[in-house]
Write a protein that binds this ligand. Sequence first.
Ligand SMILES: Nc1ncnc2c1ncn2[C@@H]1O[C@H](COP(=O)(O)OP(=O)(O)OP(=O)(O)O)[C@@H](O)[C@H]1O
Length: 578
Amino acid sequence: MNLIMRLLKYAKPYKFWFILAIVVVISLTFVTLLPPQIVRSAVNNYITNENLSTQERFSGIFKMAVYFLLSTTAIFVLEYVSIIITTFLGGKIVYDIRKDLYRHVLRLPMSFFDNHPSGQITTRIANDTQNVMEFFTSVVTSVFNDVFLLTGVIIMMLKVSKSLFVNISFVFPVLIVAMLLFRYFDLKAYRAVRTNISKVNAYLAEHIAGMPVVKLFNAEDFERREFDKVNKSLYDARIKQMYVFAVFRPTVSTLYRLAIAAIIWMGAKYIIAKTLNFGDLYAFVAYLELFMKPLEDLSEKYDVIQNTTASAEKIFTLMDENEEHFGKEDGKKVIEKGVVEFKNVWFRYTKDRWILKDINLKFEPGKLIAVVGETGAGKTSIMNLVNGMYRIQKGEILIDGVNLENYNIHCLRKNISAVPQDVVLFSGTLLDNVRLFHDEISEEKVIDALKGVYVWDLIERLPEGLNTKIIERGKGISAGERQLIALARSVLFDAKIFILDEATSNIDVQTEERIQKAVRELSQKKTVVMIAHRLATVVSADVIYVVHNGELVESGTHEELMKKKGVYYKLYEVQFVK
Ligand SMILES: Nc1ncnc2c1ncn2[C@@H]1O[C@H](COP(=O)(O)OP(=O)(O)OP(=O)(O)O)[C@@H](O)[C@H]1O
């Protein structure tokens, strides 16, 4: 209930519209009850009334027909208005929730994204909010409609004939029980279908993304069989749902028709006894029809409320995740020199394992610095700490002598260019990607930056040059080229510190040379750190830091480290001496 209250808080700014919706719904209930009453009056007072002249009877019938038409038009208009208001309300509220949710997600720390699959976060923002929308469009106001209509129908039936109502009242519990049973089984079958659809989606998402592996390992046959299993489960669930419909739908409609027969049977007795008119009997049957719709609706709403509660719970759990509070809003905003110092830094992602242990190092401008070590040694983690992606547990990280926590995090990250191994490009053009959608930056400046990192001639050769469309995170552009584009972007935005996590995938010799040349030139003015897997790329670095099992074990130039015959020497031997 708490969740529903929290949801309803989002409806608060639209109080006026809600009140209007309820007024419209009450009016709709009222006019919906009118047509049977009008026909009843036409039959009783004019069609079957032989006391009036033919002329009087016809003019009376005509008057009733006009009333009937007017009430039908009013129903049409009110239904139209109520659908517009509720859809507007639902759409607006869900728009607000989605906006809040995404804004919140943008402020969550990296550790959150490490522990939550991106598919799950996407579902929260896209699908769960959609379920909530259904709550506002189809539950909040139409529950009023249904309850009013049921009450109205019963009142009208009692008004037409109390004793006929009492006599046929046994049909109501029968219809209600049949409807509830149908809903129960339908809901079960529907949920099974939905679960199986999710399984098919999840399977496809994972396996299509992993298509290169499937092809490389000739696993197509295996894949086909595995997919067939989830596909078959979905088919079975659909068939079960079909049976539920095939059995229950006709059962409910047969019961409804039997109820009408019971009303006519009982009503006929009253008519013969002259205690009921034909018009009254017609009105009774018409009200029974009106009774069925809200009954069906209400049982359906139960499912929507359950779905909404489940989705709201997930949405608010995400909304309650702690935001990242790194640095200070009014903290230091500029990096003047770009000197980075680690002082006795200890860091871990999870409680059970230290990733970096007591690290002391210094990155300075004017020197090309390299960090090397075997896979999993902790090199990328160093990069993630410099730009405040994660918080350290012990020690201090200083930039220009000021603790990282005393910076404004946004300005800090703007001044640091961390180029990851796998650079993700966004949908748009290459130009958009280099200037990050800042259209005020001229194309000439973008081209200068690209030339600065020796990638312009590659782009120039593309058929559409800078206007080349980027699809799916940068498919079709190699990892090394994407790194160069990211590097050009940082040059364009005048970052002070550059950390380049060398792409492990096979970079061709030419791209590697371009990266080498670009970083060597950049390092003359800026702080440039190369994280390297292949030692060939760092031989010419001014300082090489060697990380081993999370500890900084050696530092110096290539020659000094080779002489030491320590970890670096061994790494070098493994890579170059066969
Ligand atoms: N987000 C994370 N959550 C938990 N553990 C992590 C996370 N990222 C990395 N690790 C672990 O931390 C250790 C160091 O990882 P890191 O990426 O810093 O190594 P690396 O030296 O850069 O490796 P590589 O050369 O393969 O890129 C690894 O054992 C890795 O499994």
